[in-house]
Design a protein around this ligand. Structure first.
Ligand code: AHM
Ligand code: MG
Length: 338
């Protein structure tokens, strides 16, 4: 008997598009180009461990080209491919200080913000890293896009998601109709639907936080983590700790296995009064995915991440994100109800 055919990500995107007769196919085209960029990065990530050997001390690769650092490679791959895809008017990258313009002639109606390789401190140690993306409709009427097109709140995203380069490469995305995960079959070069309609499991059991910073936390934050570590069989406590140091990998894990991720503000580094993570490239796209999966994303003082109006491209935001019951409980601790 023939095996059932897998649903490819392109077919899944086209099927969703068919549900919207008004759709022009531009968003599908945009996602398609992004997927090609992701596959290119995935192939390079898989070769990363060999770069030093093949590239003679990491300086020159087999083609005689200068070897780029992996995060630069990811940034350039997305930038170059997406600048010419014809669907974007402007881009913003975590790796670039300013907006990335799209040339006249290629201008389209969407915007893209991305973190080319989240968890970059994990690149050299062969631990999961990934690309995060967020797509909005442009705000300005025509011509090349401006920073104003990028400074939009998460609630107005039309699509968001991530690609995780882990034990296998997976793409997870939402267009506001659930969250779907696809696993790359490297022998075919296609992403196949492997995780339809991802929702947080009913039972939560993991917390992810850099506990090395605990002496710098607020009182509510410290009490909440102590609560997670205390014993109560009915609520499956104590939770287990898992902290990879790639937000993307930690959050992916919690999305599948159940749990909460926290990067609150702390008093450790006065130059980062709002914590470490960026609103546009990290927090908002994940907040969209997590809400669509039935979870919640707030700041450490209870503001909904998706409702924050960004004021600058690299704005940081204290983030508490994960399954709904965990975030609700966190909120009780910071508002003094627990
Ligand atoms: P990056 O974009 O430079 O990789 O930084 C963001 C990363 C997140 O993925 C991760 O959650 C966090 O930094 C880890 O930071 P820390 O080492 O302070 O715990
Ligand atoms: Mg990052």
């Amino acid at each position: 008997m023939n095996k059932p055919l897998g649903i490819t990500v392109s077919r899944h995107i086209m099927d969703s598009q068919r549900l919207h007769p008004e759709a022009t196919g531009e968003l599908s085209g945009l996602l398609g180009e992004l997927i090609v960029a992701a596959k290119t990065i995935s192939a390079e990530v898989n070769m990363a461990g060999l770069a030093d050997i093949l590239g003679q001390s990491g300086k020159v690769n087999v083609q005689g080209e200068k070897v780029q650092k992996l995060d630069e490679f990811a940034n350039n791959t997305i930038k170059r491919r997406m600048a010419q895809c014809g669907y974007l008017c402007v881009m913003g990258s975590e790796e670039e200080d300013d907006i990335i313009p799209v040339k006249e002639g290629y201008v389209g109606k969407y915007t893209l913000t991305f973190d080319p390789l989240d968890g970059s401190s994990n690149i050299d140690v062969n631990v999961s890293i990934g690309t995060i993306f967020s797509i909005h409709r442009r705000r300005t009427a025509s011509g090349q896009g401006t920073v104003e097109d990028l400074l939009q709140k998460g609630r107005d995203q039309v699509a968001a998601g991530y690609i995780i380069y882990g034990s296998s490469t997976m793409m997870v995305y939402t267009t506001g109709e659930g969250v779907h995960g696809f696993t790359l079959d490297p022998s075919v070069g296609e992403f196949y639907l492997s995780h339809p309609d991802i929702t947080f499991p009913a039972r939560s059991r993991y917390y992810s936080v850099n506990e090395g910073n605990s002496r710098y936390w607020s009182e509510g934050m410290s009490r909440y983590i102590e609560y997670l570590k205390s014993e109560d069989k009915a609520t499956h406590r104590p939770y287990s700790a898992r902290y990879i140091g790639s937000m993307l990998a930690d959050l992916h894990r919690n999305l599948i296995a159940g749990g909460i991720f926290l990067y609150p503000r702390d008093s450790k580094d006065p130059s980062k009064p709002e914590g470490k993570l960026r609103l546009l490239y990290e927090a908002a796209p994940f907040a969209f995915v997590v809400e669509q999966a039935g979870g919640r994303a707030i700041t450490d003082d209870g503001r909904n991440i998706l409702d924050i109006e960004p004021t600058s491209l690299h704005q940081r935001v204290p983030l508490v994100i994960g399954s709904r019951q965990d975030v609700d409980m966190f909120e009780r601790f910071i508002t003094g109800k627990n």
